[in-house]
Design a protein around this ligand. Structure first.
Ligand SMILES: C[S@@+](CC[C@H](N)C(=O)[O-])C[C@H]1O[C@@H](n2cnc3c(N)ncnc32)[C@H](O)[C@@H]1O
Length: 288
């Protein structure tokens, strides 16, 4: 099975996801699901159980795909509707027909179809960055990407592992059981805050039906970063803690390593070159 990808940049790299999936462990707490890249790989093993969280609606749609037993669809042909995307127009270069098609699928599609819409939208933005619509990709391209994605998603239904996902703020729905691994791939601070609360709110609202548009995403800044990390480390009981981190972000890797060493002994550190930055995977055995 290929790696699960939603089509936007920001997810963990393939190397990182594969490395995590190869850890010799059966139960995983994943407070930050994102696109679900690691979860999709881990859940291909029947002996693995994952509990995960994310504030994003698109994450919940992916988790629902992995645990669903059948493909449910409702959209047979492209139609237009005036809804949130038509009115709010989150992207400047999006034409009326494109916005209308997004609204039609968001308001009438099943969760399987709304998940396919996520990837179709991402593919219509410049380089999948979600910050600028590609003016050459309008309703026809969106519909084609959507159709292709409906077929591609079929490979990921009913994964053998067990997944319990919470569409929720991790800090307000803490777990109660113990896990083999706590895997933390947190939002990274690139300028003044993380990319999720900045660029992903529009995408989440676009694919949610009109009755559910109040999605807010947790904003991470360098001022509350350490507190948020401690909040995760204190809340989850596990034998191992794995941190997925990146060079060139704030706080730097060294201060994260020092913080995590308060909770456990560093037993492994890997590094993957990713374009002009490095991705790091750090494994700690809990001492407290
Ligand atoms: C770096 S991403 C995880 C990427 C993931 N490993 C992947 O491959 O797609 C971090 C995620 O944390 C989520 N997040 C931020 N604050 C959160 C919170 N308080 N509770 C749950 N999830 C949160 C963001 O929505 C984002 O999806």
């Amino acid at each position: 099975m290929k790696l699960w990808k939603m089509g936007f940049v920001g997810a963990s790299t393939d190397e990182m996801a594969n490395w995590v999936a190869e850890l010799d462990a059966d139960s995983f707490a994943i407070p930050f699901f994102g696109s679900g890249k690691e979860v999709a790989l881990l859940a291909q093993r029947p002996d693995v159980s994952v509990e995960s969280w994310d504030v994003q609606h698109i994450s919940a749609l992916a988790a629902e795909l992995f645990t669903s037993t059948e493909v449910k669809t409702n959209i047979d042909e492209p139609k237009l509707q005036r809804g949130w995307t038509f009115k709010e127009r989150p992207f400047e270069d999006m034409e009326d027909r494109t916005a209308g098609l997004v609204d039609y699928i968001a308001n009438n599609g099943t969760s399987y179809e709304r998940l396919a819409l996520v990837t179709a939208i991402a593919r219509c933005t410049m380089l999948g960055r979600l910050d600028q619509w590609d003016p050459l990709r309008q309703a026809t391209s969106l519909w084609e990407f959507f159709q292709k994605r409906l077929i591609a998603q079929e490979d990921y239904i009913n994964l053998p592992g067990s997944i319990v996902h919470h569409e929720a703020d991790f800090y307000s729905t803490l777990p109660s059981q113990k896990f083999d691994v706590l895997y933390i791939d947190p939002p990274k601070i690139v300028s003044s805050s993380d990319v999720y609360s900045k660029n992903f709110v529009g995408l989440n609202r676009m694919v949610a039906p009109s009755t559910f548009k109040t999605i807010e995403l947790d904003k991470w800044t360098k001022y509350d970063y350490t507190g948020k990390m401690r909040g995760v480390l204190d809340a989850v009981d596990s034998d191992l803690i794995v941190l997925a981190y990146t060079s060139g972000v704030r706080p730097g890797l060294d201060s994260m390593r020092t913080l995590f060493e308060e909770y456990g002994e560093l037993i492994d550190e890997v590094r993957f070159l990713h374009r002009r930055r490095y991705d790091y995977g750090l494994v700690f055995r809990r001492t407290e």
